[in-house]
Design a protein around this ligand. Structure first.
Ligand code: HEC
Length: 199
């Protein structure tokens, strides 16, 4: 039985290969990306349009490049947090064990101690990463569902609860990159080579 299945698979593979060879012979492989698709023997796919790419191009870099327009303050962020985050990260932002949401604040100065507590407050070197991460990955059960204004607001709320910014400070594409995180100098570039040449 299993031998029969294997042979059928081989027949199918050969058929696909033959079809591809025939299409190639017909000159179909001449189509390239940018000319209406990837073409080739299968003729599938189309070139991604700028709007397709924009929908995936959400990364925010440490210097703030990629931050969208919009703004928010801790006052508005408190509401966003209570609605979308509190179930897993807790009302005091110390995490909820059963929900697997870790602590977001606290632990400042603990990294070199016997019991380091890594949080946004104690560990993260750039505030802009908070925007990037919340925007792409939170709420854990509904990532990508918050508007830029909601993300800025909840970011402001977390930074305020971490005693990094004042309650009324507005976070936007201009101000967020200028927030200095407590552990900003705790990282250094590792210039060791990826591969060591033992010869
Ligand atoms: C359903 C539970 C859940 C909800 C709701 C949720 N989170 Fe999370 N959160 C998690 C889990 C689980 C992780 C760990 C994810 C991982 O490591 O990949 C996490 C990680 C994080 C981290 C990274 C913490 C660190 O130091 O690594 C941040 C920041 C964060 N969440 C913010 C938020 C914000 C803001 C909201 C609301 C908009 C939110 N979360 C809603 C479960 C949740």
């Amino acid at each position: 039985m299993s031998k029969l299945r294997l042979n059928l698979g081989l027949v199918a593979l050969s058929a696909i290969w033959l079809m591809a060879a025939v299409a190639n012979a017909a000159g179909e492989e001449g189509k390239v990306a940018g000319e209406g698709g990837y073409g080739g023997p299968y003729g599938i796919g189309r070139t991604a349009a700028p709007a397709d790419i924009a929908a995936w191009d959400i990364d925010v870099r440490p210097d703030g490049a990629g931050l969208p327009s919009g703004q928010g303050t801790a006052a508005r962020g408190e509401g966003v947090y209570q609605t979308h985050c509190v179930a897993c990260h807790g009302s005091n932002l110390q995490g909820v064990r059963g929900a697997r949401g870790g602590p977001l604040v606290g632990g400042r100065g603990s990294l070199a101690s016997k019991w380091p507590l890594k949080t946004v407050e104690s560990f993260w070197p750039y505030a802009t990463t908070l925007y990037d991460f919340v925007n792409r990955a939170m709420p854990f059960d509904k990532p990508g569902s918050l508007s830029p204004g909601e993300v800025y607001a909840v970011v402001a709320y977390i930074l305020h609860r971490a005693k990094i910014i004042d309650a009324e400070e507005e976070m936007n594409a201009h101000t967020l990159p200028r927030v200095r995180m407590p552990n900003r100098d705790g990282f250094f570039p590792d210039d060791r080579p990826d591969v060591f040449d033992y010869n």
